[in-house]
Design a protein around this ligand. Structure first.
Ligand code: SAH
Length: 239
């Protein structure tokens, strides 16, 4: 069993980075443009593989609430948690603008929430967060604690290989300027085999692995078999 890092699985420098940019979160052409482009693709994936309407969802590392709102729009009761206060403020303001009910935002780590709300969620999402925490295996184990028996977990992150270095760092941060420089650190990228191993160690069942491939021509992402750069993993808890 993976050890849970109860209070300190947070990198303050990473959290500060997101705090500083918080006001830009909902600008579809701003610093978070890649998340805006990824959003419909990953929501489609989740909706295809889990029943979201009427379910209770947890979005870990929710930031300004792009995915959280997407899940609420599908009819879920959603809790969004993050360790950065700025993005959470923006998320709450945007929820007002969207007029969406059924969202609760909390400043908490997954490990902390797991102490109070273990086994409460039908679906847990943690997207584009694992590559920003010191101990991603502990975060996966916390996801496992938070989900109900038989519930679903959807994770997304960036693979670690020369192609992902070129695409996600050189391309996205330096050539296309889609992301601010130093958004990502290559050494923190995660291979699907590593994520799968941590998930199995946490007692989860592996369900599916899927790529999200960026097309520089359309500027959009699409689901694909190519997991070399951005990818999604679907896991489930035993009944
Ligand atoms: N999941 C959102 C935001 C991704 S950006 C989306 O895909 O749209 C990464 C987010 O993870 C930031 O909001 C950052 O503050 C948050 N984060 C970083 N470390 C964290 C931690 N240890 N626990 C919870 N959130 C964290």
């Amino acid at each position: 069993m993976t050890m849970i890092n109860a209070g300190d699985n947070v990198d303050p420098l990473e959290v500060r980075k997101f705090d500083k940019l918080a006001s830009r979160w909902w600008d579809p052409e701003g610093e978070f443009k890649p998340l805006h482009r990824l959003n419909p693709v990953r929501i489609g994936y989740v909706a295809e593989r889990a029943v979201i309407a009427g379910s209770r969802c947890l979005d870990i590392g929710c930031g300004g609430g792009l995915l959280t709102e997407g899940l609420a729009q599908l009819g879920a009761d959603v809790t969004g948690i993050d360790m950065a206060g700025g993005p959470l403020t923006v998320a709450r303001m945007h929820q007002e603008i969207s007029g969406l009910e059924g969202i609760r935002y909390l400043e908490s780590s997954a490990e902390q929430l797991a102490l109070d709300e273990a086994g409460l969620y039908d679906t847990v999402t943690c997207m584009e967060v694992l590559e920003h925490v010191p101990d991603p295996a502990s975060l996966v184990a916390a996801c496992r604690q938070l989900v109900k028996p038989g519930g679903n977990i959807f994770l997304s992150t960036i693979n670690r290989n020369p192609k992902s270095f070129l695409m996600a760092i050189v391309g996205a941060e330096y050539v296309l300027g889609m992301l601010p420089r130093s958004t990502h650190e290559y050494a923190r990228f995660i291979k699907p085999s590593e994520l799968r191993r941590w998930s199995l160690q946490a007692g989860l069942h592996f369900r599916h692995l899927c790529g999200m491939t960026y097309s520089p021509f359309s500027g959009d992402f699409a689901l694909s078999d190519d997991v070399d750069v951005n990818y999604l993993m679907h896991l489930s808890a035993p009944e």
